[in-house]
Design a protein around this ligand. Sequence first.
Ligand SMILES: [Zn+2]
Length: 381
Amino acid sequence: MNTITLLEKLVAFPTVSSETNLPLVGFVQSYLEERGFSCRLIADDSGAKANLFASIGPGGDDGIILSGHTDVVPCAAQNWTSDPFRLIERNGKLFGRGAADMKGFLACMLTVADLASKSALSRPLHLAFSHDEEIGCVGVRRMLDDLMKRQFRAAFCIVGEPTSMRVVTGHKGKLAARATCFGMGGHSSCAPLYLNAIHIVTDVVSLLRQAQDEFATAGAQDDAYEVPYTTIHAGRIAGGVAVNVVASEATVDFEIRHLVADDPCRIVGDLGRRADVLAETLRPRFPQARVSIDIVNAYPGLDLANDAAAGLLAGLVDQPYVAKVSFGTEAGLFMERLAIPTLVLGPGSMEQGHKPDEFIEIAELERCDVFLKGVLERLIG
Ligand SMILES: [Zn+2]
């Protein structure tokens, strides 16, 4: 099987994050075990999903990890020209859900795994396949916990998200949270006698915007990013039951996309204190006034020194390695949990990720195959 045939197989598993990934994992596991890899499955609590960690070669702390996620985003509400789960070629491009994000890299991982099985390795090659990346890097955490417990070490890790084969050394971290505002409900004909939670939530949104302005003008800056500072964004607001009822509860979902230099927990703590001050001013009249902020999900940012990346990849890539990307990946978690130098580098472009008619160019897969062959050569002799 070559990389394209492998990609065809992988795309045919409809591993949308809401669904099981076990059939795909089963296919990958038997492919790897046939080639002499030792495989370890790390299932989630439901038993419907699993991470797979596979190794080949001698033991040792100086191996290389190639890592990718097995899940894809949904395509149900999207207008596709062809069946998203059947890989189709048109003009040198392969169309299918996950072709770019990121089953293309998984297919290249399996191709290099086959080469590794026929090579005399002096250092180990590790392959990590995670689940539930698309819903906030959820699945990989358990695999990293497992590796931590086993005191696993490696020389470096490549997370193969689509970067058009550019070396990416940084991305922002993300923290998603919900602010729930509590007021006092009642009949709208006497609205001023009650405390409208929708009014509180709009005040909280003002606090978020004020904090955003402070980051933009006085916060940490990194010009490698299109937006060079930490951002706070309100994404969804909800509250109230009818126009003639004063709302007793309202929520705003917001996210913080932060530079590694900024601590997101501190930012949330600060927002919480400002929201408390806001609620306190209301409490003399309305003791129920309260704002509670809950963290929904978070993953750390990535910031690998460029010279460290250069050292790891010397001779393997000919392009400058200064890129930083706006999307998040599992790379920050590898760095944070395992302290393994990690960078992001993979075939295809995130321009195509998550969209209808997602595709990857065959030429990108070929470039990645050549690159991973070079990585493998580092592990031989
Ligand atoms: Zn991805």
